[in-house]
Design a protein around this ligand. Structure first.
Ligand SMILES: Nc1ncnc2c1ncn2[C@@H]1O[C@H](COP(=O)(O)OP(=O)(O)OP(=O)(O)O)[C@@H](O)[C@H]1O
Length: 141
């Protein structure tokens, strides 16, 4: 795998979209876990491939395991990593990064941020007394 991993994630339709009948106009068709087909307004189909495509039913933990866990493991060995979400408003960036609520939410729905913090502390080996870990956290709102 290259140094940069690029994934696509589709969120489920919300209740308003379902009421509007938007399910009929979904223009994405799954091919496999790396490729989807996008049907444009001229009904032309274009295939797009990524390192991984997370479809509507994907779990927060699937996203963590694939994207963030390798970065957490590297971070413990002093290798920098960055996770960036990109997409239009309402696409699910905050949900993927934080979950439905950063302070309280169902554990299964926790996003990358709380999982990374937990993963980081879980990865530190307390048995090796020769090694000192220093963790600094900064956030850009
Ligand atoms: N994978 C998902 N499963 C269930 N609900 C989701 C998912 N992704 C997003 N949502 C819901 O969709 C709505 C919009 O998501 P979110 O706020 O994360 O979008 P955003 O990309 O951060 O938007 P903005 O750029 O406007 O801040 C929220 O109500 C969120 O809970």
């Amino acid at each position: 795998m290259s140094n940069i991993t690029v994934c696509a994630r589709f969120r489920p339709l919300n209740s308003k979209e379902k009421l509007n009948g938007d399910a009929d106009s979904v223009c994405i068709r799954c091919i496999d876990s790396e490729t989807f087909v996008f049907k444009d307004d001229k009904d032309e189909e274009l295939a797009f491939s990524f390192d991984r495509v997370f479809y509507e039913e994907s779990k927060q933990d699937d996203v963590y395991q694939f994207i963030a866990l390798p970065i957490v493991r590297d971070a413990v060995n002093a290798i920098n990593g960055t996770i960036i979400t990109y997409g239009q408003t309402g696409a699910g960036k905050t949900y993927s990064m934080e979950g439905p609520g950063i302070l309280e939410c169902d554990e299964q729905k926790q996003g990358l941020l709380p999982r990374v913090v937990k993963g980081l502390f879980d990865s530190l080996s307390p048995s090796d007394e020769e090694v000192t870990f220093s963790i600094k956290l900064s956030m850009v709102p």
